[in-house]
Design a protein around this ligand. Structure first.
Ligand code: APR
Length: 239
C-alpha cells in the first residue's frame, strides 16, 4: 500500500496539505480535543464565540493573550519544515485551520488560514488590521478609533473569510495528493476539503496518531506524529 502511494506522491504535480492543531502539538501548542487539549480546561462555547466576546471581552481576551504568548514563543517543528521543504519539488499549498502562523515561519509560501490568525488583530468597528507580536497593557485593547480590538480569528457562529474559503476549495479540487495532518476533521466546513479532493481523483493521506471520523475514506493512514511522518513523505519526493 505504501509503495503504491509513494508512486503517486512521486508523480504528483500539486500537493495540498490540510492541517490542524496536531501539527503544532510538537511545538508545544496544545490541541483542542486531544487529552491535553484547550477544551479540557475551558468551555469552548464560553470563549471562542462572538457572543462570548461581547458578553465578557476581558475574559475572552485573557484566554487569547495566554494563547498568543504561548504561540509567539513557539517554534515550527520538523513537520512544518518538511512541508515547506517540499516546495523545492512540488506545487505545494497549505490549507490550515491553525491560527499560529507556524507554517509561514517555517518558510511555506502558499498558506491559506481558513480560521484566521491570532497574531493578526483587527478593530471591531473601523478597517484597522495589523500583525501585533507584543502584549497589550490593558484588556480588552482599544483601537485608535476608540472601539475594541479583537483577534482576527473565526469564532464559532461566524462565517469563514469568503475569499480564503473559495480559494481553499479551488486548491482542494485541483490537487493530485491531499495530505491531512494533525486534524480531527471535527469542524465544518474545513472537514469537507478532503471530499472535494477525492471527487477530483486525488489520493488522500492521513497523518494522525489516532483514527478520525474520515479515516476509512483515506487511501493511506499513517498512525504517526506529523513531525515523524512528514519528513518521510518528503524523502519519497527526493528519491
Ligand atoms: N501529529 C499529528 N497529529 C496529532 C498530533 C501530532 N503530534 N498530536 C495530536 N494529533 C491529532 C489528534 O489525534 C487530533 O485528531 O491532531 C488532531 C487535533 O484535533 P483537534 O484538537 O480537534 O484540532 P483541529 O482538528 O485543528 O480543530 C479544528 O476546531 O476548535 C476549532 O478552530 C478550532 O481550528 C480548530 C478546529
Amino acid at each position: 500500500m505504501f509503495e503504491q502511494v509513494a508512486d503517486r506522491i512521486r508523480s504528483a504535480k500539486k500537493i495540498v496539505f490540510v492541517t490542524g492543531a496536531g501539527i503544532s502539538q510538537e511545538s508545544g501548542i496544545p490541541t483542542f480535543r486531544g487529552k491535553d487539549g484547550y477544551w479540557r480546561k475551558y468551555d469552548p462555547m464560553q470563549l471562542a464565540t462572538i457572543d462570548a466576546f461581547y458578553e465578557n471581552p476581558e475574559l475572552v481576551w485573557e484566554w487569547y493573550e495566554e494563547r498568543r504568548k504561548n504561540i509567539l514563543d513557539a517554534r515550527p517543528n520538523n513537520g512544518h519544515y518538511a512541508i515547506s521543504s517540499l516546495e523545492k519539488y512540488k506545487d505545494v499549498t497549505v490549507l490550515t485551520q491553525n491560527i499560529d502562523g507556524l507554517h509561514q515561519r517555517a518558510g511555506s509560501s502558499e498558506v491559506l488560514e481558513i480560521h484566521g490568525s491570532i497574531i493578526r488583530i483587527r478593530c471591531t468597528f473601523c478597517d484597522y488590521k495589523d500583525d501585533i507580536t507584543s502584549g497589550f497593557d490593558s484588556l480588552p485593547p482599544k483601537c485608535r478609533c476608540g472601539n475594541m480590538l479583537r483577534p482576527d480569528v473565526v469564532w464559532f457562529g461566524e462565517p469563514l473569510p469568503q475569499d480564503v474559503w473559495r480559494k481553499s476549495i479551488m486548491h482542494a479540487q485541483s490537487c493530485d495528493v491531499m495530505v491531512i495532518a494533525g486534524t480531527s476533521l471535527a469542524v465544518s466546513p474545513a472537514n469537507t476539503l478532503p471530499l472535494y479532493a477525492k471527487q477530483n481523483g486525488a489520493i488522500l493521506i492521513e497523518v494522525n496518531p489516532e483514527a478520525t471520523v474520515m479515516s476509512e475514506r483515506m487511501d493511506l493512514s499513517l498512525r504517526e506524529t506529523s513531525a515523524n511522518a512528514l519528513p518521510h513523505l518528503v524523502s519519497i519526493c527526493e528519491s
